[in-house]
Write a protein that binds this ligand. Structure first.
Ligand SMILES: Cc1ncc(COP(=O)(O)O)c(C=O)c1O
Length: 446
């Protein structure tokens, strides 16, 4: 039985999106953004703002969390990104302690100056070798790696062609680099080819960067990477693949979709993040030559003009790569996949539809944003911590609840999560229908 009872929900709290506030108008830069806070606060007051939460502990499978108004709740945690639980692995923690003693706490500079350490130099080599690349270069975050790779290589006369669902970091990098940005239909080789033909027929002179992901973070699906690289070769374009969500966590030896498709060492640029599987913040770009690495070091603004990864991060990620490549890594991936398959099976048995293929990302289809918000509002009381994803992070009317699985999620955790989701879903649907009929009555009665 749910504890939460909520007062009447105003329609405005179920409508609108952050996109409505992206391009405010007016001369007063600070004044003109107030509408966003007003809308956000309306949602907050009605328990419909499930973002900006915090925790007082490591991302365990059951945790206490707080909403951004300070309200505390406890539940089974499917909202953290730590697929192999390396963020609290004893070996990584030990490395962090040792490195603090020797190196202190931070990098104290950009990698283009004196910010690199023995650990970061070694980590770059490890990543290059792991990915069969000639070189790799580190960035302070995965976001910085994606943005920096695009902005570092692409000039205003060049073109960027992105899968429509690629991450914001790639889209922002493209928008900052050139006006010639095009989106191709999700995972559609045909549409990508159409764009390449169109661009090349008009412009044989300038560069084209094509970007996609090896595992899409909302739809949990994968493009045909071999065909994508062949297409890029045919049109003299460069392919960049974002491996944030599958490197380390999936595929043979932790090589993700690149490994599963026999494409390790065969993609022009591979960009990744450490924040999902490798237990630390940070990101990288792996490339085919020292020339590209050196160019990015000085022309990717998020590398050249930003402090390097801390020695603690570099050393712990180094240790994480060792685990990922070891039998322990194999065992953790097997455990993760066991939990993923169990969760997907139990969700399906309970009548839910889930996106894509088995991976650490399990998104439950909802649809309408208003309905998804009402369901998400019930989740904490039902005992599940999961993320609401809504437009513009995903297309309109494709709102969903994203559950991210960790290797140490037990059968009991999975059972509890599905039971909580069923309870919250039923209550959310009931309320949504009731609100709809009330609105209809108001409309009819004038
Ligand atoms: C697909 C994808 N690329 C890049 C990033 C950015 O990674 P980071 O969190 O390390 O900045 C994310 C994280 O949200 C992501 O999901």
């Amino acid at each position: 039985m749910l504890k939460g009872t909520f007062n009447y929900t105003p329609p405005a709290a179920l409508a609108g999106s952050a996109r409505d506030y992206r391009y405010p108008r007016g001369a007063d830069l600070q004044g003109r953004i107030e509408g966003f806070y007003k809308w956000q606060n309306l949602r907050r007051q009605h328990g419909l703002w499930p973002f900006s939460r915090s925790t007082d502990e490591s991302p365990a499978t059951v945790i206490a969390a707080r909403d951004d108004a300070g309200g505390r709740f406890r539940g089974v945690n499917f909202a953290s990104e730590d697929y192999l639980n390396l963020g609290s692995h004893p070996a990584l923690k030990q490395v962090a302690h040792e490195v603090i003693d020797q190196f202190g706490l931070h990098s104290a500079g950009s990698a283009a100056m004196l910010g690199a350490t023995a650990h970061s130099v070694q980590l770059e080599r490890t990543i290059a070798d792991f990915l069969g690349a000639a070189e790799a270069i580190l960035f302070p975050t995965g976001w910085a790696a994606a943005y920096g790779a695009v902005k570092g290589l692409v000039r205003p006369t060049d073109h960027v062609l992105l899968d429509v669902l690629t991450h914001a970091s790639l889209k922002e990098g493209a928008a900052a680099a050139t006006n010639n940005v095009y989106l191709f239909r999700h995972n559609s080789l045909e549409d990508c080819r159409g764009w390449l033909q169109k661009i090349r027929s008009k412009d044989p002179q300038n560069g084209i960067l094509v970007a996609t992901e090896s595992l899409f973070s909302m739809d949990s699906d994968t493009p045909d990477l071999r065909a994508m690289q062949a297409l890029c070769d045919e049109f003299n374009a460069t392919l960049l693949v974002d491996v944030a969500h599958d490197l380390g966590a999936l595929g043979p030896g932790g090589h993700g979709a690149l490994g599963a498709q026999g494409m390790v060492g065969k993609v022009d640029l591979v960009m990744g993040s450490f924040s999902k599987t490798f237990g630390a913040n940070g990101g990288f770009v792996a490339c085919r030559s020292r020339e590209v690495k050196e160019y990015l070091r000085f022309f990717a603004p998020t590398c050249a003009h930003s402090s390097a990864l801390s020695p603690i991060q570099a050393a712990t990620v180094m240790r994480a790569f060792e685990i990922v490549a070891s039998p322990e890594g194999d065992a953790l991936r097997e455990q993760l996949m066991g939990a993923v398959e169990s969760l997907r099976r139990q969700l399906t048995d309970a009548g839910f539809e889930v996106y894509g293929e088995p991976s650490g990302v399990v998104c439950v289809k909802v649809g309408l944003e208003g309905l998804a918000r009402l369901i998400a509002r019930r989740l904490p009381d039902a005992g599940l911590i999961a993320n609401l994803v809504e437009f513009p992070a995903v297309p309109k009317n494709q709102a969903r609840l994203r559950l991210q699985v960790m290797a140490n999620h037990s059968e009991e955790n999975v059972r509890d999560a599905v039971a909580a989701l069923k309870t919250a879903y039923a209550a959310g649907c009931e309320e949504f229908d009731w609100l709809g009929s009330e609105r209809e009555k108001l409309r009819v009665n004038g």
